[in-house]
Design a protein around this ligand. Structure first.
Ligand code: 13P
Ligand code: SF4
Length: 358
């Protein structure tokens, strides 16, 4: 049972109790009509708070019950709503979540993230049921390249190798030599290819650009991008550095290159968590989606975190709610279905990536 919610529930109840006593006293001493209205207003507010907290509490209990009954595991990305992160068995970045999906012995994986992440879990664990609690939770960047467009790029560059960012559809992964995440892209390209190999990198032009600045290989970019990370602008970094000169600046490699150049480090969300945990620094400016700060603050209570801009929020990640997790577990809805052929071919590029990321 979630202690914070239970406390809120009890305090809601206690307040209702006090208001009832006050109400009785006021009525006894000739309450005016306005007094009575004010008291009733407050009473209904506290009653709402109590009922909301109670409902959330019962949703959490219900999810826990069904998780056990179905032998399910709940995986959540670091950008999920706080209450979804709190109910999860494991929270992490794309690479960490893929590793968990490949290793779990559960029969059902409830994936709290976006569509390509749940697909990756299905590819790595095809014998399991993988549920995405809201099928509309997609990643716009992953949809920015279609198989026919990648085919045309490959036909135009017949000797190039194809590396796809994990933020891509299963079909794109099936057409790629290797998959990568933001935490291992540079390492994988350095390890897997000769320096004179030409590489087609899809779909994120910003991550591709960053990788290209770190390796000697010729990289052919595709013009995809993350609508959330491009809301982080160089002026935000300038302003925040001026306001908090002692804070270290950590940004995600999906940001504009001009933003990355102003930062101290470009890291995946999982790498940011690791970096902060081992750093002597006490304050950090965080250039990625808002909800990573929830986990950063939870894991590092003595340290201070500033979100670089309030606009860096991924609306698709927020589509997953506790209610939808419960509904999905209850009715086994939102199942990811892929053909055996795609699972087989996409699985090669993902497993190849995992070999380089032990
Ligand atoms: P991470 O793998 O760094 O968590 O990134 C996933 C993502 O979608 C970033 O926008
Ligand atoms: Fe896709 Fe960007 Fe949202 Fe990540 S933050 S899931 S890349 S839209």
């Amino acid at each position: 049972m979630d202690q914070a919610i239970f406390t809120r529930y009890l305090s809601g109840k206690a307040r209702i109790f006090w208001q009832l006593i006050i109400c009785e006293e006021v009525t006894k001493s000739n309450a005016t009509f306005l007094n009575a209205c004010e008291i009733l207003n407050r009473l209904s507010l506290y009653a709402d708070i109590g009922v909301m907290a109670y409902e959330q509490l019962s949703i959490i209990d219900h999810i826990k019950e069904l998780r056990e009954k179905r032998n399910a595991v709940i995986l959540a990305h670091n950008y999920q709503r706080p209450e979804v992160q709190d109910i999860a068995d494991y929270t992490g970045d794309s690479l960490g979540l893929s590793k968990m999906a490949a290793a779990t012995s559960a029969d059902v994986i409830v994936f709290c993230g976006v569509h390509f992440m749940a697909e990756t879990a299905k590819i790595l664990s095809p014998e399991k049921k993988v549920l995405l609690p809201d099928m509309k939770a997609g990643c716009p960047m992953a949809n920015m390249i279609k198989p026919s467009q990648l085919q045309a790029l490959q036909d135009g560059n017949p000797h190039a190798k194809t590396v796809c960012y994990v933020n891509s559809s299963a079909e794109i992964k099936a057409m790629s030599d290797l998959c990568c995440t933001s935490s291992n892209a540079v390492h994988i390209i350095r390890q897997a290819f000769d320096e004179d190999d030409k590489i087609i990198f899809v779909p994120d032009k910003h991550l591709g650009n960053y990788v290209s600045s770190q390796v000697k290989h010729e990289i052919i970019l595709w013009p995809g991008y993350c609508p959330t990370h491009i809301k982080i602008l160089p002026e935000h970094i300038h302003d925040m550095k001026e306001a908090f000169p002692n804070a270290e600046v950590l940004v995600h490699p999906e940001c504009y290159f001009r933003v990355i150049e102003l930062a101290d480090k470009a890291l995946s969300t999982g790498q940011m968590l690791e970096y902060v945990a081992q750093s002597d620094g006490m304050a950090f400016i965080i250039g990625t989606e808002r909800e990573l700060l929830y986990r950063l603050r939870k894991d590092n209570p003595g340290k201070t975190f500033y979100h670089v801009t309030e606009y860096a929020v991924c609306p698709n990640m927020k589509k997953i709610t506790l209610e939808k997790v419960l509904a999905s577990l209850k009715h086994m809805t939102g199942e990811i279905m892929l053909s055996d052929e795609v699972i087989h071919r996409a699985g090669r590029s993902i497993r190849e990536m995992l070999k380089y990321s032990q």
